[in-house]
Design a protein around this ligand. Structure first.
Ligand code: DGL
Length: 255
């Protein structure tokens, strides 16, 4: 069984991609929305939450865990890997594909403060941003929009515009989504970009498909594949109000 967790419903954007490459596995998803957002919380706080959630997922039979949260990956995955005897798959900031994609030479990264301040992100940027200018902005209020189901409309567009606008003004034509909640705002991000810079083709990069392929490889390596003929099954758990998780899950249009 594959365990997946995030501070909220955002990790379902990763599950959506995982399901495409592993359509017959069993999943358990934990949304820590009683403690959401993680973005501005201390490293110690997030490590503590990650341990609690890991133990819960293990108690339910998870054999591998996807930390479907950039902030928790940056804060806690090294400790989790040291402390528990299973494999953990984390989120990677997609600087490398973005650097290959940009034509203006400027890449914009949207992520939480926790992710942008972490060594993991800084090291990735150092390694892959060769010759490319990277500009960053916290997606202020984005997580709240997704958790409240307001991913389209005037409020979403205004909120997105406040964080995306500065990146576009710097010349970015490629936007890395460095938080798993943000893919649920992709349509709004596209719409706002087309209004703010009408002549510029803006590409959005979501690392989730690469994370899903990596998970598949690790599952094969570790002999963890257990496909069932009737297709995937998923149990959803939430530390707080389950409504946000259920609403987002239903919007995935799972077969
Ligand atoms: N979805 C998360 C991430 O990928 C966390 C967002 C938050 O709770 O601030 O970073």
């Amino acid at each position: 069984m594959i365990g997946i967790f995030d501070s909220g419903a955002g990790g379902l954007s990763v599950f959506r991609e995982i399901r495409k490459v592993l359509p017959q596995e069993q999943y358990i998803y934990f949304s820590d929305n009683a403690h959401c957002p993680y973005g501005e919380k201390s490293r110690e706080y997030i490590i503590d939450r990650a341990r609690h959630i890991t133990e819960f997922l293990l108690s339910k039979g998870a054999e591998i865990i996807v930390v479907a949260c950039n902030t928790a990956t940056a804060a806690a995955i090294a400790d989790l890997r040291r402390e528990y005897g299973i494999r953990f798959i984390g989120m990677e900031p997609a600087i490398k594909p973005a650097a290959q994609c940009t034509r203006t030479g400027t890449v914009g990264v949207l992520a939480t403060a926790g992710t942008l301040n972490a060594d993991k992100y800084k090291n990735t940027r150092e390694k892959f941003a060769d010759g490319i200018r990277i500009v960053e902005h916290v997606g202020q209020g984005f997580v709240e929009l997704v958790e409240s189901g307001k991913t389209i409309g005037k409020e979403a567009e205004e909120t997105v515009g406040r964080s995306l606008g500065p990146l576009l003004a710097e010349g970015a034509d490629t936007i890395v989504l460095g938080c798993t909640h943000y893919p649920f705002l992709a349509d709004t991000i596209r719409k706002v970009a087309s209004q703010l810079v009408p002549g510029r083709h803006v590409t959005i990069i979501d690392p989730a498909p690469a994370v899903a392929s990596h998970l598949l490889e690790v599952m094969k390596e570790e002999n963890l594949l257990k496909p069932v003929p009737e297709g995937y099954g998923i149990s959803l758990y939430s530390s707080g109000d389950p409504a946000a998780l259920e609403r987002t899950f239903n919007s995935l249009q799972c077969p």
